[in-house]
Structures are given as structure tokens and as C-alpha cells.
Design a protein around this ligand. Structure first.
Ligand SMILES: Nc1ncnc2c1ncn2[C@@H]1O[C@H](COP(=O)(O)OP(=O)(O)O)[C@@H](O)[C@H]1O
Ligand SMILES: [Mg+2]
Length: 293
């Protein structure tokens, strides 16, 4: 069975505050299994360890302990086996402006992974595949988009290019770290619908990292709630949202935008959330910034 599994992942960072050095446990014993055609949402406030989990899965960060397994086998950390892993497990980052090189065309961005991962054999094959990738992410006419530069596109279109680039090497699993949180509200749904279609039609496994409980519920089969590096609650999406068991999940739900519940109540919930997450680390800049809730 094809799966992407993380088992007892732990990540410690050495941090310095003033003259003191200490160890911060950013991720503490996180385990889950992602299957093709499924979406798991990881929710939690800024600083809860979501991106660190994503980065360990994407091999941008080495776990302090625990492991990442692809199809039941421990995934490689170097050489060809690592390349093979990277073909199959790809990441989509939060910032579509930072993730594309302003000097290169969309076509170039998509050709590169095809060549590096030796997916395409000839010039014609590369062109055909770039065209196909752009159509899969609804950037049509594909030839027009292939010739565009990042600055000629909206944030949503750039994020579609980033998704196409992730698909280029033949990814079976996508790790999407807050893929729409920097986009205009009006175009978020389009990008999330695209991920949902790929998951459904191409049997992709998607790890969807988000602050947004509403989209987590709508777009995922399972929700994992993280607090200070630990999983505090998990379960089928509807169950976690409709019948939360952990106080922190209830707080997160209380903080979610709700037209009838704004103002004073939100401020109170916000203060409680700050108290709940406090102690993880001092000085985490935007842990409770408005962007997060
Ligand atoms: N490279 C790093 N060095 C030190 N601390 C880090 C590093 N990366 C993340 N952290 C800390 O680990 C914690 C979890 O961060 P992160 O995984 O980015 O959380 P999230 O994505 O949920 O906002 C935070 O307290 C953050 O400050
Ligand atoms: Mg993050």
C-alpha cells in the first residue's frame, strides 16, 4: 500500500534568548499516515510546529528523532534514494511571490524539474509536459501562461504554477504549508478547489497545513490539531469540528471568524489562546498576529 507516514517525529531547536541557551521542542512525537486520494489537515496557531513537520517531511529539516516512511520504508536522507523520494513528495509553500524566480518564465520553472528529475526525454517531450501541467492547474491557454513571467500573474496564478511545479516530477504526495493564507480571500477557494480536484482525480495525498478550520473541515478527511509541538486532538474532520474534545480545539473554533461572534468575544478567546500557547517559546514574533486567526 502506498503511504506517506511520519512516526514519532521530534524536532528540537537550540535557541538563544539573551545570554541563555536552551532547547526548544518544536515538534513532539507526531505520528500520522497519509494515503493517496486523502487529505489530512494540520491545524494550530502560528508557532505550534506545523511548518517544522512539513519541512521534515520535505527533507528540508532533519528530525531529532522519529522517521518519515514512504510506502512503509524509511525514506532516504541522501543520494539517489533521496532524489527518488523528492520526486514523489513535494512541497507547496505559503508565499507564491517568494517561491518563483522573477527573472524566469513559467515555462522555465516547469521545465527545470522535468529535466532535473529526468522526467522528460526530448525537447518535444518537455514542451508537451509543460503544456499538460499548465492545463492540469487550469492555467489556459497553456502556451500563453508558459511565456509569462511571475510579475505578470496574480498570487493565485503563481500558486497554481507552484503546484504545477510540485507535480512536475510525478509527485504522489503534496505538502501544502498554508498554501492560500497569503492570497486574496476571493481567490483562495479556487486554489483549494484545484488541490481537491488533484487529490480526487489524480489520487494525490495532500497534507494541508492551515489556520483555517472552515477550509480544513471542507477540504480534508482528517484533522490533526497541534499545540506547542504536540498533537492534542485528531479525528475525522466533521467530528473534530462538530464535537471537539480538547479545550484548545474549542478555543480555536471560538476564534474562527464568525459574523455573529466578533468583537469582544473574539478578543477574549484570543487572550485565552495566547495563554494556552504560552510557554512554548518566548519571542515568537507573529504567534498571535491577526494574520493567524
Ligand atoms: N530554525 C529554527 N530555529 C529555532 N527555532 C525554530 C526554527 N524553526 C522553527 N522554530 C520554532 O519552532 C516553533 C514551531 O515553528 P513552526 O514549525 O514554524 O510553527 P508553525 O508553522 O505552526 O507556525 C516556533 O516556536 C518557532 O519559533
Ligand atoms: Mg508555519
Amino acid at each position: 500500500m502506498s503511504t506517506l507516514e511520519v512516526r514519532n517525529l521530534v524536532k528540537d531547536f537550540r535557541v538563544r534568548s539573551g545570554f541563555r541557551r536552551s532547547t526548544l521542542r518544536a515538534v513532539d512525537d507526531v505520528s500520522f499516515t497519509l494515503e493517496p486520494g486523502k487529505t489530512i489537515a494540520v491545524v494550530g496557531e502560528s508557532g505550534s510546529g506545523k511548518s517544522t513537520v512539513a519541512r521534515m517531511i520535505a527533507k528540508l529539516e532533519t528530525p531529532s528523532s522519529g522517521e518519515v516512511l514512504l510506502d512503509g520504508k524509511p525514506s532516504a536522507t541522501r543520494g539517489r534514494a533521496l532524489d527518488a523520494y523528492r520526486h514523489q513528495v513535494q512541497m507547496v509553500f505559503q508565499d507564491p511571490f517568494a517561491s518563483l524566480n522573477p527573472f524566469h518564465t513559467v515555462g522555465h520553472h516547469l521545465e527545470r524539474p522535468l529535466r532535473i528529475h529526468k522526467v522528460a526525454r526530448s525537447r518535444a517531450d518537455v514542451e508537451r509536459r509543460v503544456h499538460d501541467l499548465l492545463e492540469r492547474v487550469n492555467l489556459t491557454p497553456a502556451d500563453v501562461y508558459a511565456a509569462k513571467q511571475p510579475h505578470e500573474m496574480s498570487g493565485g496564478q503563481r500558486q497554481r504554477v507552484a503546484i504545477a511545479r510540485a507535480l512536475a516530477p510525478g509527485a504522489r504526495f503534496l505538502v501544502a504549508d498554508e498554501p492560500v493564507s497569503m492570497l486574496d480571500v476571493s481567490i483562495r477557494l479556487g486554489v483549494l478547489n484545484l488541490l481537491a480536484r488533484l487529490q480526487r482525480e489524480e489520487n494525490l495525498g495532500v497534507l494541508y497545513i492551515t489556520h483555517d478550520l472552515a477550509t480544513a473541515r471542507h477540504f480534508s478527511d482528517e484533522i490533526i490539531v497541534m499545540l506547542r509541538g504536540e498533537v492534542v486532538e485528531r479525528g475525522p474532520s466533521d467530528q473534530v469540528i462538530l464535537d471537539p474534545q480538547h479545550e484548545y480545539t474549542k478555543l480555536l473554533l471560538g476564534a474562527a471568524p464568525d459574523p455573529e461572534n466578533q468583537g469582544r468575544l473574539r478578543a477574549e478567546v484570543r487572550a485565552e489562546l495566547a495563554a494556552a500557547a504560552g510557554g512554548a517559546v518566548t519571542g515568537s514574533r507573529d504567534r498571535f498576529g491577526t494574520r493567524d486567526l
